[in-house]
Design a protein around this ligand. Structure first.
Ligand code: SF4
Length: 426
């Protein structure tokens, strides 16, 4: 949306009071995100001056457009997530005539990959860029509102993704981060089998000079042998995988309508570690899901203790109306959820620290992202942006460079080190 607006002559301003059009890209995934979106909209609506337009865009408005307009009376336009590329049309329409009622623009159809008004669907920061390969999801997870918001999986055509990867490479991007709600489902709607592995193979031949390719959000049960082979043999695909598992007790997983074959999980993790001994595995769990007994939660703790993930995040269950888990309600008391959340996070923090300590004395390539207070910061192959840790380095390194760093210290989330490269300006 920002790119389309800039191309049309708009520019970004730092302070909302200076803007003629205010756009909040809302999130409607879980309760706390919905509250935050509404708070931001309300804050901007309260400070709105004459002639300013306030547009609520994104997931929350796709699903609850009318509610958003009712709860925040100052909102002028409602734009959903499926036709974000119509932002200019919405702005023009709103500026043309006065609209006493909010203007709704909420088509149901998903058009990902086929009509994006020529925009590059990425955000670029430092030397890394997100590359969206598909949107929507066809999995049945009982707790999740995403399919209700985004609709079913729609993959971007292979050639569109490869073209975007080439363009990003030409812009100087060093790391491509492949994202979708479920990357392992890539290409299913295009009739592909093992679509993600095929995409990675194609990326390797189309942009062989791009340094790092990172895969996020794999769905258990769909990490195939071919995918593991491609990851293990490619020089570009990082030995990193984010595979949200959500739980480890088969009964909880069954109630979640998630793959509950824990044997598959164990075997696949073993295969990945055999093919890529230094692979960094990240996962996510939900605690306090309806019906989660003490025994089920302890099984999750045992699993976390056994597998020793590099990174694991946890979320207390958030009740989402309209999902298939709705009939189960939200029976686990908040204090029990909180206690389980804290126990799991504490357990994982100890594991993360020990895993991090095992890197002391080793050298890791680090993609530099910034500098401040005499330290440079960056990420190694073990760190996805925004959710994982950082590597803190002495001296000033050039943003966007990949430098070898000797690790000298470990914390729960981050590592510290000394650059070995002459690129560093001390
Ligand atoms: S795979 Fe992820 S996005 Fe899709 S329904 Fe399950 S939790 Fe939601």
């Amino acid at each position: 949306m920002a790119q389309l607006l800039i191309r049309d002559g708009y520019r970004a301003v730092k302070k909302p009071e200076r803007a003629s059009v205010l756009i909040v890209n809302t999130c409607g995934f879980i309760g706390s995100a919905r509250d935050e979106s509404l708070r931001e909209l309300q804050k901007l609506a309260d400070g709105k001056r004459d002639g300013q337009l306030l547009i609520a865009a994104g997931c929350l408005t796709q699903r609850y457009g009318a509610d958003v307009a009712r709860q925040v009376p100052g909102v002028d336009g409602i734009l959903g997530t499926r036709r974000w590329m119509d932002i200019l049309q919405v702005v023009r329409e709103l500026r043309k005539t006065k609209h006493p009622e909010p203007l709704y623009h909420l088509p149901e159809s998903a058009t990902v990959g086929t009509d994006e008004a020529g925009t590059i669907r990425t955000s670029v920061f430092g030397g890394a860029a997100y590359l969206k390969i598909a949107d929507g999801c066809r999995r049945p997870c009982a707790f999740c509102a995403i399919p209700l918001i985004k609709g079913t999986l729609v993959s971007r055509p292979l050639e569109t993704i490869l073209n975007e990867a080439r363009r990003l490479r030409d812009m100087g991007v060093r790391e491509l981060i492949l994202i979708a709600q479920d990357t392992t489902d890539y290409g299913h709607d295009l009739g592909m089998k093992d679509g993600l592995a095929i995409l990675l193979e194609n990326l390797s031949t189309s942009v062989p000079d791009l340094d790092w390719i990172r895969v996020m959000y794999a769905y258990p049960g769909y990490v195939t042998d071919r995918l593991i082979d491609v990851m293990a043999s490619s020089k570009q695909v990082l030995h990193y995988l984010d595979m949200p598992l959500q739980h480890a007790h088969p009964k909880t997983l069954y109630r979640m309508k998630r793959p509950s074959n824990m044997e598959w999980v164990h075997k696949t993790l073993e295969k990945m570690r055999a093919a890529m001994p230094q692979i960094a595995i990240r996962t996510t769990f939900i605690v306090g899901y309806p019906g989660e007994t003490g025994e089920e939660f302890r099984a999750l703790e045992d699993f976390v203790r056994e597998i020793r993930f590099d990174r694991a995040g946890a979320f207390p269950f958030s009740f989402e109306p309209g999902t298939t888990s709705e009939p189960l309600g939200d029976p686990v008391p908040p204090e029990v959820k909180q206690e389980r959340y804290e126990r799991l996070m504490e357990l994982q923090q100890n594991i993360s620290l020990q895993v991090n300590q095992s890197y002391v004395g080793k050298t890791l390539d680090v993609l530099v992202e910034g500098y401040g207070d005499g330290l440079s910061i960056g990420r190694s192959y073990r760190d996805a942006p925004e959710i994982d840790g950082m590597v803190l380095m002495e001296g000033k390194a050039k943003v966007g460079e990949i430098v070898p760093v000797k690790i000298t210290g470990a914390m729960v989330y981050d590592l510290a080190g000394v650059p070995e490269s002459s690129l560093i300006v001390l």
